[in-house]
Every structure is written in structure tokens, then in C-alpha cells.
Design a protein around this ligand. Sequence first.
Ligand code: HEC
Length: 148
Amino acid sequence: MIRVLAVIGMLGLNAAYAVDEIMPMEHHRDMSMTDTRISLNLSGKMKRHQLADMRDHLAAINDIVGLMAGNRYAEAAEVAHDRLGLTPQMQKMCNMLGNEKATELGLAFHRSGDDLADALKTQDVGKSLSALNKTIQYCVACHAMFRQ
Ligand code: HEC
């Protein structure tokens, strides 16, 4: 995650600035040891399932950045649509989070994955990066607010 953000930072995009549109500064800069995030109180099975999905979300972001670097936008769009978009499984998963705000953030995140796919299809670097930035903002915002 840090490496992905670093890459985006190098490309001249200010990810941290844009995050402020979704969440206040003091939340995403809080590096204190006390974890004040809201617990989703997920069950054991759900916890493992959710973390596996999360690891795939991170891998998808990594694949998208790599494909963009190789100028393979059509494939990057497929990854965004299939692995970050609002598929029926992801819709179901988000609805099972047991917290209205988390569900809302999760659904908005997956919609942003579909928007990212659309942006990538245009093969426009600027549009694609700003859509990717928007998607990553949801990762950052949700992690700042919730824990398992
Ligand atoms: C709707 C909320 C939400 C969104 C959006 C979200 N996550 Fe998560 N993610 C979580 C929660 C909750 C955890 C558990 C964190 C904890 O308990 O400390 C988590 C954990 C993770 C983990 C740890 C996995 C493990 O095996 O320990 C990774 C990696 C991760 N998320 C990546 C991402 C990436 C990348 C994105 C965006 C592309 C993303 N997440 C979007 C809620 C979200």
C-alpha cells in the first residue's frame, strides 16, 4: 500500500490532499498507539473472508499500476472492473458488514472501481490516475474509520 502511494506520489498526484474531501485530516494522520477506530465485530469466518478480499484488492491495485506502466490499459480496465468493481459478490459482502457507514463506504468504493475501469478504457493517463486516486481514497478512508 505504502509503495503504491509512493508511486502515485512520484507521478505528481497529491493523494493526501484528495483524501481530505472524504475524511478530516486528524483521522488519517493519527499514528498514536490507541486504536480508536470503530470495530465491525465480524465473526471468525467473515473476518478471514474479508481479509482475503482485502489482500486481493491490494493485489488488484498493484496489477493496475503495473499494467498502466506497460501501457496495457484495456487489461487494467478488466482488472478494475472484475476485481474492484461492484460485482454481486462484493455487493453482498458490503451488505454484511453490519455497519451502515461501512456498507456505504464499501459500495461507493466498488462503484469507484467501475469508474476506474471506465477511465482506463479511455487510455488517458491523467483521467486514469485521478480515478485510481479516488479509489485509493476509499481504501484509506475506510481503514482510518474501521477495524475488524
Ligand atoms: C469499506 C471499508 C474498506 C475499504 C473500502 C477497504 N478496506 Fe481494506 N480493510 C478494511 C478493514 C475493516 C480491514 C481490517 C483492518 C483491521 O482490523 O485493522 C481491512 C484490511 C485490509 C488489509 C489487511 C489484510 C490482511 O490480510 O491483514 C489490506 C491489505 C487491505 N485492507 C487493503 C485494502 C485496499 C488496497 C483497499 C482499496 C483498494 C481496501 N483495503 C479498501 C476495510 C476496508
